[in-house]
Design a protein. Sequence first.
Lengths: 145, 304
Amino acid sequence: MLNVGKIEEGFVLDHIEAGKSLEIYHHLKLDKLDCTVAIIKNARSNKMGKKDILKVECDINTLNLDILAVIDHNITVNVIKDGKIEDKKELVLPREIHNVLRCKNPRCITSIEQELPHIFVLADEEKEIYRCKYCEEKAGNSFTW
Amino acid sequence: MRHLMNPLDFSVEELDRLFDLAGRIERDPARYAHACDGKKLATCFYEPSTRTRLSFEAAMLNLGGQVLGFSDAGSSSAAKGESVSDTIRIVSCYADICAMRHPKEGAPMVAAERSSIPVINAGDGGHQHPTQTLTDLLTIHSLKGRLGGFTIGLCGDLKFGRTVHSLINALVRYPDIRFIFISPAELKVPDYITDMLTEKNIPYEEVIRLEDCMPNLDLLYMTRVQKERFFNEEDYVRLKDFYILDKAKLSAAKEDMLVLHPLPRVNEISVEVDDDPRAVYFKQAQYGVYVRMALILTLLGIED
């Protein structure tokens, strides 16, 4: 089994659905960070069978937890300090998300109005459905920012 | 400050108050003839809509107020590229209340967010048209004396009909309503509506022919079956006559059933039905003015 060393300071995203880590890497813009990032794919998991893990050696505040919650709120976020888990952040679906998803409805005012933020509102928590605040179009999986 | 974006923005109690006020206006219009003296309504219509705009203007003029505005985007600053946010800031300096129609969905909401005056959504693309729903509800409330305890048939294009979806969403808040959806399979009411009715335990039926349910209806809401909604001409020709209401079909209806239509009609209600006392679609246009008068007074906070 492959071993990836501990990180001293940063965060670990655990229980990522197998195969999804690269997608999350891009959505969180981890490629823009000048720090160590480990992408572990298909790690063995008692709970999930297989899972992905991301280890990032930088401040937790650089992470947009809202984006992560919208992608998959079952991901575990461990905050690491001095090589140990200091905190576990619970991901909850935000009531409203700004400039994370783009409204794809060509008839929506967001398609023409200058500098209007793309705001999505949690319309159904159980089914995890977000709708555009302006035209009520259901959100797709198109992350833009 | 209140705006009106969606027919569900007002609670059932608030709607009761609005309809009571509309009823008082209907009974004694002279009493309200100067209620809006010195006030101005801006009608910002980025796309043409003769009936809705005239109805808003008539409502404000009936209240003693004045109106200003534009009736298509070409004659507004939008043609020069001005945003809705900027336009409403300017309009807020000129008027006390604004009715906005826009082809883009959500545009009146953007205006409401930036506005210092109340904004009424007068139709935003295929999204919402709340004053049409308020008009439908007031018509039923005034002519039936209640907004619950009846079977309503909705006929025609139930798939794309914005007014139909809004009316269903508004009516489910009242007790003891039963829906009968009358449409071809191609234009059936969307699943999310029937799912919602099932979830709320509200009875509904889907039928193909108007004749199949006519004797059971207390209300019949007609809409236009548009040719462009069909995949082929053959289907359209086959189905279109099912949904034309004529005297023969109406003869099977209850004596006190009401026929409503958001208008404009093309041929889905035969002209011979117009003189039948059950045909109330022209009265509906009059109620549209009363409800807009009541809405303007309410949003401007003018005491009765």
